[in-house]
Write a protein that binds this ligand. Structure first.
Ligand code: GRF
Length: 201
């Protein structure tokens, strides 16, 4: 059974999807801690409602990013975490942090990477006028949304879509894709070769 930490900054619907899949017995793992940089994050409430431990690590309470990240790393080590899941975590992790958990940090991004990395991915997709968008689960590396891709799901962009309807439609698939990637990780089915992911059958 793998030990999972979830980092979330906001409403936490992806966190909820993971909690639900674990409850259904679909993932051979447990969320040991939910960490947020935002004391108001609804994700914290979701964790508490499900008897999951939480911790708030406020960025502005630290003088340097290094110290802020050291505190998160301390928690991850204390809880003996195998997998770190970024579920709407709005900060870029430093190379020193990533080195500690190489290929053990995953992120969900609401676009088909490598298109539209960074913030406001769905807005950028709409502005560009793409006909297909979607979501991506990937390992986190030193770049912005650039690590090896684990799973992707394409979602059609409709002419009538706006900044509410497209993110909502993509979100439904995020809630399937992220737990599925965690399930595969927990089953040790993810292999990486030449920075590419291969899923064992
Ligand atoms: C999701 O769209 C995710 O792809 C992005 O941030 C959003 C988080 O949503 N990284 P939630 O907090 O999980 O509801």
């Amino acid at each position: 059974m793998i030990r999972i930490a979830v980092l979330a900054s906001g409403r936490g619907t992806n966190l909820q999807a993971i909690i639900d899949k674990i409850k259904d017995g679909k993932i051979n793992g447990q969320i040991k801690i939910v960490i947020s940089d935002n004391p108001e994050a609804y994700a914290l409430k979701r964790a508490k409602n499900n008897q999951i431990e939480t911790n708030v690590v406020c960025y502005r309470q630290y003088q340097r990013k290094r110290e802020y990240e050291q505190e998160i790393l301390r928690l991850l080590k204390n809880y003996n975490i195998d997998l770190v899941v970024l579920a709407g975590y709005m900060r870029l992790l430093s190379p020193a942090f990533i080195k500690e958990y190489r290929y053990r940090i995953i992120n969900i991004h609401p676009a088909l990477l490598p298109s539209f990395p960074g913030l406001h991915a769905q807005r950028k997709a709409l502005e560009y006028g793409v006909k297909i968008s979607g979501c991506t689960v990937h390992f986190v590396d030193e770049g912005m949304d650039t690590g090896p891709i684990i799973l992707q799901k394409a979602v059609e962009v409709k002419q009538s879509d706006d900044e509410e309807s497209l993110p909502n439609r993509i979100l439904k698939y995020e809630h399937q894709l992220l737990p599925e990637a965690i399930r595969l990780f927990a089953q040790n089915k993810i292999q990486i070769q030449d920075n590419k992911v291969f899923i064992k059958g």
